[in-house]
Design a protein around this ligand. Structure first.
Ligand code: ATP
Length: 234
């Protein structure tokens, strides 16, 4: 479904990605792992079209994304739940969700999508009129995931959805990720919590200083002595 082909990305003169390559097949849950500053967020932003490529290519369902601007990618089925959520705090939960369905095809299915989001996150139905900025961290993360789902994605990218949440809320979040995967959604998940991510993922890529250092099935990565030493403290 997605092929990231040797992409380079710069911030000004500073190179952040050096030939990152990865694939995500239809229905898979793939995780991108690695330390702070390794380049995981930049990879997702490049796929979403928010950061331009300075080398390489992105193929989505066999076609290059090089000429597709960021605002058109949700309409193609690519959605990003950004790091830090990026909600509109002065708007209600319902308004934030509806803004996820701005593309014409998503707008036509808005009511069914909203029902699906409310079924996944019943709290968001009860709190529909509350300002998003006044919700707890976990609830805001639910709004951010819900907003992405409103665009009816075929590829859902999530950037550290568990960051800063209480352990019980992290459990809920991973439960939701598992459920979305079981419903057949293709997911690319960035996580620093390697142990938790590999519990739910089919495969993973370890990113170090802007390049993929290791990849494999979750079982292979969990059994890898270097991964265990560097990321699991074992
Ligand atoms: P984190 O978990 O901390 O978000 P990450 O793996 O997602 O880490 P990125 O945020 O993609 O890493 O950062 C990759 C590199 O790009 C880092 O060296 C970082 O300092 C640099 N970088 C990221 N954003 C910017 C920016 N807006 N301007 C300049 N450099 C940036």
């Amino acid at each position: 479904m997605l092929e990231v082909r040797d992409i380079d990305v710069h911030y000004g003169d500073a190179q952040a990605l050096y030939g990152i390559g990865l694939t995500v097949e239809q229905g898979e849950l793939v995780t991108l792992l690695g330390a702070n500053g390794a380049g995981k967020t930049t990879t997702l932003r490049a796929i979403a079209g928010i950061r331009p490529l300075s080398g390489g290519d992105l193929l989505f369902e066999g076609s290059s994304l090089s000429r597709i601007p960021a605002h058109r990618r949700p309409g193609m089925g690519i959605a990003l739940v950004p790091e830090g959520r990026e909600l509109w705090p002065q708007m209600t939960v319902r308004e934030n969700l509806e803004l996820g369905a701005y593309d014409r095809s998503a707008r036509a299915h808005r009511s069914a999508s909203l029902d699906h989001v409310h079924e996944l996150f019943p709290t968001l139905k009860d709190r529909a009129g509350q300002l998003a900025g006044s919700m707890s961290g976990g609830e805001q993360q639910m709004v951010a995931i819900g907003r992405a789902l409103m665009s009816r994605p075929r590829l859902l990218m999530m950037d550290e959805p568990s960051l800063g949440l209480a352990p019980k809320v992290v459990d809920q979040m991973f439960g939701i990720i598992r459920r979305l995967h079981a419903e057949g959604l293709t997911i690319l998940l960035v996580e620093q919590n390697l142990g938790r991510a590999l519990e739910v993922a089919d495969r993973g890529y370890v990113v170090e200083t802007g390049t993929v250092s290791l990849h494999g099935t979750s079982a292979q990565l969990l059994a890898d002595p270097a991964v265990r030493a560097a990321y699991l403290g074992l």
